[in-house]
Design a protein around this ligand. Structure first.
Ligand code: C2E
Ligand code: CA
Ligand code: CA
Length: 647
């Protein structure tokens, strides 16, 4: 080939590809390949240009040049035709002068249908053609390139989203010749993007807003409220005993429950409120434009009653209750972090006051929260330093007056605060998981004590140990018990484990399995605090209980009120009916003890005989009493430091 021709053709090729690249093909692999060879050829071109001056022109040469031009035209066309992007060229009147293969593939119609026609005359896709026509017209009129986005339905009926570059084509003098529209299908990219957005801003389990979205929303709401002078409520909610439910029924049910709660929450709030899940069973609601506290309380009450309605999960009817703590902008604070902390403090207070409860933030709550944190730190330190001890409260056989056993009760001798009752720290121990090591220690000490007790004085006394629900689920209880019995040499029948109804509320196969396993080991199970909870009698036969302990408040209520006396009598009769031993707790008077003995109650426990005492005192007490009926009754109540305090 003559150099002139090659020069010209190369120049032409470079120009075309450059244009094509400007028009939007630059990101395509094909284009990149072409560009690479282009650079190489450009260098070649430069040397040829110099040579071209030397050679003359002739007709044959021009012809060959035209042929080659046509060949390159085909080459270029093939590239444009096979691109996945839709390409349409418009003239200055907005009429199509070219449509590529992707256009034909998408519309399912041949180019002839569209050529020479405007978008208004014939629409290629089922889309808003007026808007598109207007965008084309404007670009040509203003001489400005633009990028537009449109959704269109192709011949397959599937809607797709296109990002379209509208690029003007000009002649050498810059005069607009027409417009090139390059439309790229962005459907998948957008779907992907929306998935990422979903992951970043929504809770994957419940589909509620997540913490990130909550943070953004509350910031917006607080800013707006600041400008308008309105109030924003922050409601922190969590489910009562969710952990127990989750541990007992398993995570699948736990997850379903959270989803159902999320659904109910969304149904109870106003359209302007944001419900978010912060994690676990912790939900938070941002309620803007609140007029007063009553309105927020109304919202909170509505939420609580909606959540508490029975739900069916995997064929089981479950009832969950929740508690809510509320902080209000600007009354309680003006920063997100502060409001959330205050709402959380109020929630904690709500739980303490009794579950299924709503509490507003008050100054006292922060004081309490600070105190709690201090107590938690102290408790960790206390455990490490061995400040926790176990005391024992004797159990008296009401018929004989003899001490037949004792209940192990945890005591904490705080270096500054003195004796701290378990009610003040068991809750923290449970929440922090510290209960697990504590509980094993208690059981270990109690078992050693009962061994000493029974070998010291020939006998079959038993020791009762309290179990907390979380401990029940966290550790594999039968294994722990087995280990403790083995290590201490305690016989299983000397150990009684006290559980409360709270554990049974979420009655489940694993609870029953664990209790059965313990029962089969020969360990006795007692139901504690009977009369304070639901006292569903069905539990008594369904679970392998040996003992029923009537709660202190219930026993004591029998003293003054004949109706309650009838109730206590009924409980004793019924428990005996199903073969349980009955213990009355909180017996403080001789009169009550005599009455209980009269109705056939088996055992008593209370300050009448003794409060909880150190192990050595317990062993001495028995020695002094000598095991006889008379001397047992003569046991002088031992006034321990703690009993004096708690009275
Ligand atoms: P509880 O199991 O119902 O224990 C009986 C509580 O009543 C004890 O309080 C005891 O000192 C008190 N009490 C006994 N007799 C009388 C009486 O005649 N009058 C009055 N007014 N009170 C009496 P304490 O020791 O403060 O224990 C409170 C609760 O702490 C216990 O209630 C039990 O639920 C829990 N607890 C104690 N030790 C442990 C433990 O080692 N593990 C677990 N998980 N919980 C424990
Ligand atoms: Ca108990
Ligand atoms: Ca009790």
């Amino acid at each position: 080939m003559r150099s002139t021709t090659r020069t010209f053709l190369l120049w032409l090729k470079i120009r075309r590809y450059r244009r094509a690249s400007e028009q939007g093909f630059s990101r395509l692999a094909e284009t990149r390949l072409v560009e690479r060879s282009l650079r190489e050829q450009e260098a070649e071109l430069r040397s040829l240009m110099e040579g071209a001056l030397v050679f003359g022109r002739d007709i044959t040469e021009r012809k060959r040049m035209e042929e080659l031009l046509a060949a390159h035209e085909r080459e270029f066309r093939s590239l444009a035709e096979n691109l996945p992007d839709i390409i349409v060229r418009f003239d200055c009147e907005g009429r199509r002068t070219y449509v590529n293969g992707a256009h034909e593939r998408f519309t399912g119609r041949p180019p002839e249908t569209f050529l020479g026609k405007t978008v208004l005359e014939i629409s290629a896709f089922s889309m808003e053609q007026h808007t598109y026509h207007e965008q084309i017209r404007q670009a040509i009129e203003t001489g400005r390139d633009s990028d537009v986005e449109w959704k269109a339905r192709g011949s397959d009926g599937i809607q797709r989203t296109f990002h379209t570059r509208l690029r003007l084509e000009r002649d050498a003098n810059g005069k607009v010749l027409g417009l090139l529209a390059v439309a790229r299908d962005m459907t998948e990219v957008y779907e992907y993007r929306s998935k990422i957005h979903q992951l970043a801003y929504f809770d994957t389990l419940t589909g509620l807003a997540n913490r990130a979205q909550f943070n953004e929303r509350i910031l917006q709401e607080l800013q707006q409220a600041g400008q308008e002078g309105s109030r924003v409520g922050v409601l922190m909610m969590d489910l009562d005993r969710f952990k127990t439910i989750n541990d007992t029924f398993g995570h699948v049910t736990g997850d379903q429950l959270l989803c159902e709660v999320a659904r109910r929450l969304e149904a109870s709030v106003r359209a302007t409120d944001t419900v978010a899940r912060l994690g676990g069973d912790e939900f938070i609601i941002v309620a803007p434009h609140v007029r007063n506290a009553a309105e927020l309380r109304g919202l909170a009450d509505r939420i609580l009653s909606t959540v508490a309605a029975p739900m069916q999960l995997e064929g089981r009817a479950l009832v969950v209750q929740a508690s809510i703590g509320i902080a209000v902008y600007p009354d309680h604070g003006d920063a997100t972090e502060q409001l959330v902390r205050y709402a959380d403090g109020a929630l904690y207070h709500a739980k303490e006051t009794g579950r299924n409860n709503v509490q507003f933030y008050t100054r006292d709550i922060t004081d309490n929260a600070t105190e709690r944190l201090r107590l938690e730190a102290d408790l960790r330190r206390g455990i490490a330093r061995g400040e926790l001890d176990v005391h024992y409260q004797p159990l008296i056989d009401l018929a004989t007056g003899c001490i037949v056993g004792a209940e192990a009760l945890l005591r904490w001798l705080h270096p500054e605060l003195g004796w701290i009752p378990p009610s003040d720290f068991i809750g923290i121990a449970e929440e922090t998981g510290l209960i697990v090591p504590i509980a094993e220690q208690v059981m270990r000490k109690a078992c050693s004590v009962v061994c000493r007790w029974n070998s010291w004085q020939e006998g079959q006394r038993h020791i009762a140990v309290n179990l907390s629900p979380s401990q029940f689920h966290l550790s594999h209880l039968p294994t722990v018990v087995q280990r403790v019995l083995h290590d201490t040499g305690c016989r299983p029948e000397w150990l009684e484990l006290e559980i409360t109804e709270g554990l049974l509320l979420v009655n489940h196969a694993t609870t029953l399995d664990t209790l059965n396993a313990l029962n089969q080991m020969g360990v006795r199970i007692a139901i504690d605090d009977f009369g304070t909870g639901y006292s569903a009698l069905g539990y008594l036969t369904r679970f392998p209980f040996a003992t029923l302990k009537i709660d202190r408040s219930f026993t004591q209520s029998a003293t003054g009120c004949p109706k309650n006396r009838v109730l206590v009598e009924a409980i004793v009769a019924m428990a005996h009916g199903v073969g349980l031993t009955v213990v009355a707790e909180g017996v403080e008077t001789r009169e009550l003890a005599d009455w209980l003995a009269g109705i056939g109650c088996d055992m008593g426990q209370g300050y009448l005989w003794s409060s909880a005492v150190p192990a050595d005192t317990l062993l001495e007490m028995e020695t002094h009493a000598g095991g006889s009926l008379a001397s047992c009754h003569d046991v002088v109540p031992v006034q321990s430091y703690l009993a004096r305090k708690s009275r």
